[in-house]
Design a protein around this ligand. Structure first.
Ligand code: KG4
Ligand code: ZN
Length: 359
């Protein structure tokens, strides 16, 4: 089955054609980063206007690269939640227009689930091996920070999440405080390579440091507000040399990314996860990738690192995920709504080995 994926939940307009859930025939992404950089964050209405301008050429380019016409597609999958409503509306209205014109089946999919699925785009065989379950997904992006446990039957539950900022926000806001530009994640990643990550001891939220015990109900949760405030106090009213700035950036990155590694490892051990995957935009971070790899190696835990091109928002993960619904005849009607929030009940993850979809 050849599925067109469309993604417009935030500041990337993306389209991709994916065959049978994993063969990426094309993947086109138009980023709005430059537009939003001036504001230090994504402005929903501007994002929607930009999606409106780009969705047609991006979808056409994805079809052209895959050598296909819209009528030849076997289905369409579009991110319907969670995300910025004005941005989602553009991609979903466009998808519905294509569905109405071609008569192909379509499905609205969960962006968060898409990020997790991205880890397996190039390795679908890992999902077919019963020995790999339960899977612990570490989904870290600008909008999400969650540890999600996926069982072989597709049942999924979030075992840990952030109490305040997402991991990507913690990096983006730090870069704003330090006047380094937007988005902060990749800038901090590059700059941290020039500094000493052990120079400064930034607080690590909900980890039991500084004699503060972790409340048991937050054992797998995250908090990045303390480290952000500590950074603010550290640099306030000070002239920093380049060397000092590099050390601060490296130490801040080590503290924030270190918590992600520590909590993922604790959850993997406590819940008996057989495989851990690292996904979402922050999973591009070179320090996080290296630390997660060595922590998993030390404990004999199997780790899947999502290829960087599928960590940040893309439509290959959406088209790939959509296949697992559409192949089972699960599709949506043209009055399907969009939604800003991640639902409490994550439903069944359809790509798990023994997932049975029922409606
Ligand atoms: O997955 P994504 O593209 O969008 C959301 O669904 O949020 O993630 C964007 C986030 C931003 O916060 C960005 O700063 C972060 O991913 N990011 C990185 C890196 N590249 C992107 N964070 C750390 N290191 C990177 N190399
Ligand atoms: Zn995303």
């Amino acid at each position: 089955m050849r599925i067109l994926g469309i993604e417009s939940s935030c500041d990337e307009t993306a389209a991709a054609v994916v065959q049978d859930g994993h063969e990426v025939l094309s993947s086109v992404i138009s980023s709005q980063i430059k537009l939003h950089a001036a504001y230090g964050g994504v402005i929903p209405e501007l994002a929607a206007r930009e999606h409106l301008k780009n969705v047609y050429p991006v979808v056409e380019a994805a079809l052209r690269e895959a050598g296909m016409k819209a009528e030849e597609l076997d289905g369409l999958a579009v991110t319907s939640h969670p995300g910025l409503i004005p941005a989602l509306l553009v991609g979903n209205a466009y998808a519905k227009g294509m569905v109405a014109a071609t008569g192909i089946p379509y499905v609205g999919v969960n962006h968060f689930q898409g990020h997790l699925y991205a880890a397996f785009l190039e390795h679908p065989e890992l999902l077919e091996d019963p020995a790999n379950y339960p899977i612990l997904g570490t989904v870290v992006s600008g909008g999400h920070t969650a540890l999600v446990l996926v069982e072989e039957n597709g049942a999924a539950k979030i075992v840990g999440t952030t109490l305040d900022d997402a991991a990507g926000e913690a990096l983006d806001k730090a870069a704003k405080i330090l006047n380094l530009g937007y988005p902060g994640g990749p800038i901090i990643d590059r700059r941290a390579k020039l500094g000493d990550p052990k120079k400064y001891d930034f607080p690590r939220g909900l980890i039991g440091s500084a004699g503060k015990p972790v409340p048991p109900e937050h054992k797998y949760d995250f908090s990045f507000s303390g480290v952000k405030t500590a950074l603010l106090y550290k640099v306030r009213d000070r002239e920093l040399s380049d060397a000092e700035l590099n050390d601060i950036v490296a130490s801040y990155q080590a503290a924030t990314m270190g918590v992600l590694v520590a909590k993922a490892i604790t959850a993997a051990r406590d819940f008996g996860a057989k495989l851990v995957c690292l996904c979402g935009g922050v999973a591009c971070n070179s320090h996080l990738r290296a630390e997660m790899q060595s922590a998993c190696d030390r404990r004999g835990i199997q780790l899947v690192l999502t290829p960087p091109k599928y960590c940040t928002d893309n439509a290959a993960m959406i088209g790939g995920l959509g296949y697992h619904y559409l192949k089972n005849g699960w599709n949506d009607a043209l009055d399907m709504p969009v939604s800003a929030r991640l639902p409490q009940d994550l439903g069944i993850f359809p790509f798990a080995r023994n997932a049975k979809l029922t409606r």
